[in-house]
Ligand binder design. Structure first.
Ligand code: ADP
Ligand code: MG
Length: 261
């Protein structure tokens, strides 16, 4: 049974689109038929992040307004077999796709695909529209008090929108600590928010470069591929420990300290 998964955060710039693109690519590489829906109406970005800016003819607003059929707005991603994208309108306002229309479109997509929805920043109508039709959500956060407060608020709003299966991913963690397996601070954050922790993603400038080149980083970098594979497997119910990538070298083990990340 296919599902619709919302990637959200409240705050902008936390890494929603980065997670959406790389997780959708990972799920496709694992054999799922995946469609990535850009719900950031007016500020679309997924087309550029996937190198498809010249391939979009119709968008989500066109589908909602009956300008085209849904299938005409589904653009295949040539670099990832099994992945497609539906773009957000680059020009129209948030309200150009109603909650009811969004629910209808997501329902239709779910008949054929695993649906990943990239939510806009904020907690207003754009958030509520993006959440329509989703039954699961990942909140992306950073391990700092402002982001944590945002995550808590978004969790409450998701519940009110009827999305109760909610999980957490911590982004922008310190990579050197992550490599040493120091994830206890992120685990404590997840405990405090009372959300299952799907994974922790390290700070890595290669995400920005890959996005500029229009290619998901999971296709280019082994460490990122492993991180996202573990996230995708936990998402599908596997219980995997948040262990370091590979074994610690003796030098890393000797240097290992027990401060928080
Ligand atoms: N783990 C990371 N390390 C370094 N840069 C990152 C990471 N995650 C995201 N970024 C960068 O941060 C910026 C904002 O990310 P984005 O995914 O667009 O956030 P959002 O969709 O939440 O607004 C982008 O330039 C992106 O490449
Ligand atoms: Mg975004």
């Amino acid at each position: 049974m296919n599902e619709a998964l919302l990637i959200t955060s409240g705050k902008g710039g936390v890494g929603k689109s980065t997670l959406a693109v790389n997780l959708a690519a990972t799920l496709a590489l694992m054999g799922h038929a995946v469609v990535l829906v850009d719900a950031d109406t007016g500020l679309r970005s997924l087309d550029m992040m996937l190198g498809l800016e010249n391939d979009v003819v119709y968008d989500l607003t066109d589908v909602a307004e009956g300008v085209c059929k849904l299938r005409q707005a589904i653009v295949p991603v040539p670099s990832v077999l099994g992945l497609r994208m539906v773009a957000a309108s680059a020009l129209r306002d948030t309200g150009s796709v109603s909650r009811g229309k969004m629910r209808e479109i997501i329902g239709e997509l779910k008949e054929r695909f695993y649906v990943v929805i990239d939510c806009p920043a904020g907690v207003d109508e754009g958030f509520r529209i993006a959440a329509s039709g989703a039954e699961r959500a990942i909140i992306v956060t950073q391990n700092d008090p402002v982001c944590a407060r945002d995550a808590e608020r978004v969790k409450g709003l998701l519940e009110r929108a009827g999305v109760t299966d909610v999980m957490l991913v911590v982004n922008h963690a310190r990579r050197e600590r992550l490599k040493r397996g120091e994830t206890s601070a992120c685990e404590r954050l997840a405990e405090r928010l009372d959300l299952p922790l799907l994974g922790v993603i390290g700070e890595n400038d290669a995400f920005r470069i890959a996005a500029q080149k229009g290619c998901p980083l999971v296709l280019k970098d082994k460490e990122t591929e492993q991180t996202f594979e573990a996230i995708a497997r936990r998402l599908q119910g596997e219980s995997l420990p948040l262990k370091p990538l590979g074994r610690l070298t003796l030098w890393q083990w000797l240097k290992k300290d027990y401060r928080d990340d």
